[in-house]
Design a protein. Structure first.
Lengths: 143, 143, 143
């Protein structure tokens, strides 16, 4: 088994930015040398998350609406008492959505469904520069 | 380290079908040749999810009830404006529950708790034929 | 690639105990021999979960408050009809938060963000003795 490590880096526009990573992940898998294996996508942050979503304009509004319904921005958060940075809701949302996703790799590509994209979700309350870590491991082709 | 790949395939009855995968995963781990390692369980779909649950009749009703309370079927979803397929809630639920789970493998078996089963959850609003991808990697026995 | 397996064991105080595992995970990664790779953190239980959180006193109250808002302890759960152990809400919460997290390892350490800690969350309604499984795999240093 071999492994390959690569980072993605991009700017976001603050809450709630949903970014489709599928094209980048396809490129990384293709260049990794791994034919069959696994891919970890991880955001080293406590105010963002990784999941999958059909990336289309309707759902890109529906997901933030659900987050606001379940974890409203304007209720009281203990996090604010010390930090006063207005992003208590961002942290709680991120703990529920989680920063990590492992996807199968087959034929040198992330083995996603037809309507399934891997997305990065910025939950923080201001624009940020973000880095996403991608680790691929598995068997190379020709074995 | 070695790896082993296998798919599961089954019919579901639409929302919300919860299927216990534990027996299938035990069989796959046992036949994988891996004694100690890891197992990825992944649904390549944007309207289903993988998690763990004590699979008993009460919780099999409680989990759908919680989904309906948090992500009601009958509120407005932007997804409907273009697609009109009535499953906006299915997509949002799936993005929260996520399609991927990694479980430890020990002594050739998924190392789950006594009351803990790996479950597939079909969140779509109609019966579907589903495929679940299972990847096992780790050290073979005798090493 | 090599792998290393280790367990953590500790007592909790019942719901909702949030325990910062970062120091333990740093020690395990450091002793694993893996320089670059991945780390699986898994709780073999249906009433606890693993995620990341900025571990500070405000959020340690905000996360249980969100859980109680979304999955109230005092509504009816089908789980109670047979089991009468008062922890239906614990099971449903655990199915949403999930028992598994995979984190990148770089330079022999979990590659977490500055304000991001890996936490164990006990969702059960009484104190418990818990075991968390940690699996590390990847390339050793010097390769």
């Amino acid at each position: 088994m071999i492994q390959h490590i690569e980072d993605l880096s991009f700017e976001t526009e603050g809450e709630v930015t949903i970014r489709d990573l599928s094209e980048d992940l396809g490129r990384i898998a293709g260049g990794s040398g791994v034919a069959t294996g696994q891919m970890l996508v991880f955001t080293p942050s406590s105010t963002s998350a990784i999941t999958t979503l059909e990336y289309e304009p309707g759902l890109v509004k529906d997901l933030p609406a659900a987050l606001e319904r379940l974890f409203p921005k304007d209720i009281e958060y203990g996090h604010e008492e010390m930090w006063h940075d207005g992003n208590g809701h961002s942290h709680v949302r991120a703990a529920f959505l989680k920063p990590s996703l492992v996807v199968p790799v087959r034929e040198g590509r992330p083995a996603l469904g037809t309507w399934q994209q891997v997305v990065f979700i910025d939950l923080d309350n201001k624009p940020r520069r973000r880095t996403v870590m991608v680790h691929v491991w598995g068997e190379p082709s020709g074995r």
